[in-house]
Design a protein around this ligand. Structure first.
Ligand code: AMP
Length: 545
């Protein structure tokens, strides 16, 4: 027997319609590329998105066409989320930090009809214009007075808005229609396109807002520091519309000082970003305690959150940390580390040990760990295996790549190695390609990094496996020091004693000024392996610095 409920498709535009109707006066505050702070309300977002939808139709953008952006988090970028996806086209958010070859590849592969860009990225646009063979529309996201001189091929965003009416009905369509496209960072090989649907986006927003996920409400002021070009700012703009939260968009200013000023001025209650961003913010407020007058919690994901960082936020500033794991192919939400009641009563160290884990599956995500033969491993907190997931916002294939069949028996292999405990808390031990294999056994680089970061002289730590004549691979620890620190190898190795199994202890420690970072702010371990791969030479003895 079929249920007798309405069939209402889950569509991205309905998030905007809801926000504009029920939270019309809620603010959206943006730091603009032009340098100033811009503010307007959800009702204005609705009006301008509809004007832009009319403009897109006038430019000949058809349902299914790809429309790209090279843009920071700001109100115009937000408008495009609705104008493009809401009218049935596909918003393709390009990561401007990718190499130009990758950007050109992505634009050609996605066959973007138009590219909207913030003025910061004019040099990329001009380089692309010189390379791309098919004609495309280029729209500068500014008003007429800021239009770049000497390039007649560019359209002006504000002129398009001004010349079109807001009289536009968001079309009804199949909820499985594609809504947006995001390419994986492509640390090896060409980037791969993940094509989200209206349905997956709306379901992901429901799940993201839940109390044990990000716990978002109309009483929040949300600052997505994570860019929209990194998996739709982890869904936060959509979640803010769904719950009517104030949105604070940081534009290009992602340094500690600018973020801190924005957090305080706009009384931000919740934020989200990768650990490297939080390192900048924490060093800006170092020496102060309770530096944040309104911020209650922050999501840290995209890379492991070191315990030392969680402790600094929580103990020094009374800001809760939500450690989260996900990936482009998961829209991106997979797990979030929110404690269960019995864990709240644990001693402090034990609580931090839980928070070092990436957390419990959000409802909708089913996960398992398997051995190399595909056999499920037990959730005992010990067994480590390949992490597989499935769910309504997990990719089933890659865009424009019919030959790729990523699923294994209906499960998506994440490429991460993990263990899961009895409470269902998943902990990533390594990206499978970063795992260190010493004498046939695995060493978790993430565990070593986490412990090294507990030393006050360590700003950040990266551990890589380096070829070794006897053990195949041995760990090499790379460190950046905190400012003023004179930490040396022997002191750090002595600090690790007793905190790690003896054979996990790195054979050497090197001190660097900084680590190479990829397009989403993660340390490029492959590059470090390339550079230091022979550090233990043919004798197994570390090279002298
Ligand atoms: P991306 O698709 O660029 O967002 O990268 C996804 C990958 O980032 C995952 O497969 C993990 O390897 C890594 N990752 C994301 N969040 C975390 C986390 N909290 N801890 C450890 N690794 C993470």
């Amino acid at each position: 027997m079929i249920g007798l409920m309405m069939q209402q498709p889950l569509l991205v535009a309905s998030l905007l319609t809801h926000a504009a109707r029920h939270h019309a006066d809620q603010e959206i505050v943006s730091r603009r590329v032009e340098g100033d702070i811009h503010r307007y309300r959800f009702v204005d977002l609705g009006v301008r998105s509809r004007r832009m939808a009319n403009a897109l139709a006038a430019l000949g953008i058809q349902p299914g066409d790809r429309v790209a952006t090279l843009a920071w988090n700001g109100y115009r970028h937000l408008e495009l989320n609705f104008a493009v996806s809401g009218s049935g086209a596909v918003l393709h958010t390009i990561n401007p930090r990718l190499h130009l070859d990758h950007i050109a590849y992505i634009v050609e592969h996605a066959d973007d009809r138009a590219i909207f860009f913030d003025l910061t990225f004019l040099p990329i646009i001009e380089a692309l214009q010189a390379r791309l063979t098919t004609p495309r529309l280029f729209v500068a996201m500014c008003d007429a007075s800021h239009m770049p001189a000497g390039n007649d091929s560019l359209l002006c965003y504000e002129s398009l808005i001004d010349s079109h009416s807001s009289d536009f009905e968001w079309p009804l369509m199949d909820e499985n229609t594609a809504s947006s496209l995001c390419y994986t960072s492509g640390t090896t090989g060409n980037p791969k396109g993940v094509l989200y649907s209206h349905r997956s986006t709306v379901l992901h927003s429901y799940a993201g807002a839940l109390p044990d996920t990000f716990n978002c409400s109309a009483r929040d002021a949300i600052l997505p520091v994570v860019p929209m070009f990194h998996v739709n700012a982890w869904g936060l703009p959509f979640i803010a519309c769904m719950v009517g939260a104030k949105l604070v968009l940081p534009g290009p200013a992602l340094d500690g000082k600018s973020l801190y000023e924005l957090i305080e001025a706009e009384q931000v209650t919740m934020s989200a970003g990768v650990p490297t961003i939080w390192q900048g913010l924490l060093s800006h407020v170092s020496g102060q305690s309770r530096a944040f007058s309104s911020m209650k919690r922050t999501v840290i994901g995209g890379a492991p959150c070191p315990t030392a960082m969680a402790a600094q936020f929580q103990k020094v500033h009374e800001v809760d940390v939500l450690h989260a794991w996900g990936m482009t192919e998961l829209s991106p939400l997979g797990t979030v580390c929110n404690l269960k009641p019995h864990q709240l009563a644990l001693p402090e160290d034990a609580r931090y040990a839980v928070q070092a884990k990436q957390g419990r599956a959000v409802f909708g995500i089913d996960m398992k760990i398997v051995d190399p033969n595909g056999k499920s491993l037990s959730w005992d907190g010990e067994a480590v295996g390949d992490l597989l997931v499935r769910g309504p916002w997990v990719a089933s294939a890659y865009f424009g790549d019919a030959s790729s069949q990523p699923l294994r028996d209906g499960w998506f292999p994440t490429g991460d190695m993990a263990k899961i405990d009895r409470d269902g808390f998943m902990q990533i031990t390594d990206r499978s390609k970063d795992v260190i294999k010493s004498g046939g056994e695995w060493i978790s680089s993430i565990d070593i990094e986490n412990i090294a970061c507990l030393h006050p002289g360590v700003a950040s730590a990266t551990c890589i496996g380096v070829r070794h004549p006897k053990w195949d691979e041995r760990p090499l620890l790379l460190i950046t020091r905190t400012s003023g620190s004179t930490l040396e190898k022997d002191e750090l190795l002595a600090f690790l004693d007793g905190k790690l199994a003896r054979w996990w202890k790195p054979d050497d420690v090197l001190f660097l000024d900084s680590f190479p970072l990829g397009a989403t702010g993660k340390v490029l371990k492959a590059k470090l392996r390339e550079q230091y791969g022979d550090h233990y030479g043919s004798s197994g003895a570390p090279k002298q610095a």
